[in-house]
Ligand binder design. Structure first.
Ligand code: AN7
Length: 315
């Protein structure tokens, strides 16, 4: 089951490079078929679900896993069901899951509660659980590491990633290890949803970056091992810092990513890094039009005559 995921662009970030003094590159995972890195693992997980003759695929999600699972399930002719925290996922992701014909369940609870429930559901039925607790997901997602090394010609010195359920950082580390290399992994959590930094689960996580609004990451130990083994770090960025990086990427680098993705760059700007640095921009900005519109300047109303247009364009 494939939508030809992966092989995403790796572009230089001249402005962020100038600000940090590092050689900064952006891995545009929003260029995947459903607009996020989740597709890399979903192709493998849904292919496995088909081979295991699963009756359905299910996931808990802050949005992107839901959109990806729904797309690959549709392609496989499998029933897809996604459990999302009610009112807490970005509009684009919801539209995707619905358009792909998944059953979208809005849970009156958090992502962490949703994940605990689907794990139990998958134990009781012939249903494939396609969250990143599923190892096929990690196996697919590790290909990002292979690609970055191939695209640069050498491994980067540092990889900056946003961290939510911690599957992605686990996967990148596995990929780098299989390529016999060990860049420092710099993970960033939103300050209001930073269990790995605090060292304890967060009961009521809160952040503008809804994708990483997660209080009890499933890949906790794997992620902490990756940070330690790579001599990396996991730290927090505030919502204001995330939104500043989000705006800067759009306005100065020409790259529109979603807020969670901007956390990688926010962390780099805040804490710095040396050498060649790759920031993983995990999801496309169009996923979350509401945050963009809240953040952006307003449109200019204009009368349909040349003077008015001249004033509007050049004034
Ligand atoms: C854009 O979709 O957890 O640390 O349910 O959508 O592997 O969880 C999304 C996570 C970063 C964090 N950036 O990755 C989900 C979900 C974006 C994301 C993350 C997510 P993990």
């Amino acid at each position: 089951m494939t939508l030809d995921e992966g092989d995403t662009p790796l572009v230089q970030a001249p402005h962020v490079s100038e600000l940090t003094g590092a050689d900064v590159w952006l891995k545009l995972e929003g260029a995947n078929p459903t607009g996020s890195f989740k597709d890399r693992g979903m192709t493998v997980a849904v292919s496995a679900a088909v081979s295991e003759a699963a009756e359905a695929v299910v996931c808990a999600s802050t949005g992107n896993t839901a959109a990806s699972a729904a797309a690959y399930a549709a392609r496989a002719g499998l029933r897809g069901a996604v459990i999302v925290p009610e009112g807490k996922i970005a509009t684009g992701k919801l539209a995707q899951a619905l358009m792909h014909g998944a059953r979208v369940v809005a849970l009156r609870g958090s992502f962490d509660e949703a994940l605990a429930l689907v794990r139990e559901l998958a134990r009781r039925h012939r249903i494939a659980l396609v969250n990143s607790v599923n190892d096929f997901r990690i196996e697919g997602q590790k290909t990002g590491a292979f690609e970055v090394c191939d695209q640069l010609g050498d491994p980067p010195d540092v990889l900056c990633v946003p961290v939510g359920n911690a599957g992605n950082v686990t996967a990148w580390w596995r990929g780098f290890q299989e390529y016999d290399t060990a860049p420092r992994l710099h993970g960033y959590q939103a300050a209001g949803a930073a269990p790995l930094v605090r060292g304890a689960p967060v009961e009521a996580p809160e952040t503008v970056a809804s994708a990483i609004r997660i209080g009890n990451p499933a890949r906790w130990e794997d992620a902490m091992n990756a940070f330690t083994a790579s001599r990396g770090e996991v730290r927090t960025v505030s919502d204001a810092e995330i939104l500043d990086a989000y705006t800067l990427l759009g306005a100065r680098e020409g790259v529109f990513c979603e807020p969670a993705s901007a956390a990688a760059v926010a962390g780099l700007l805040k804490y710095g890094a040396e050498g060649r640095v790759v920031c993983v921009l995990t999801g496309h900005g169009l996923k979350d039009p509401q945050t963009a519109m809240n953040r952006a300047s307003s449109v200019l109303p204009c009368e349909p005559d040349l003077d008015s247009v001249e004033a509007a364009v050049l004034g």
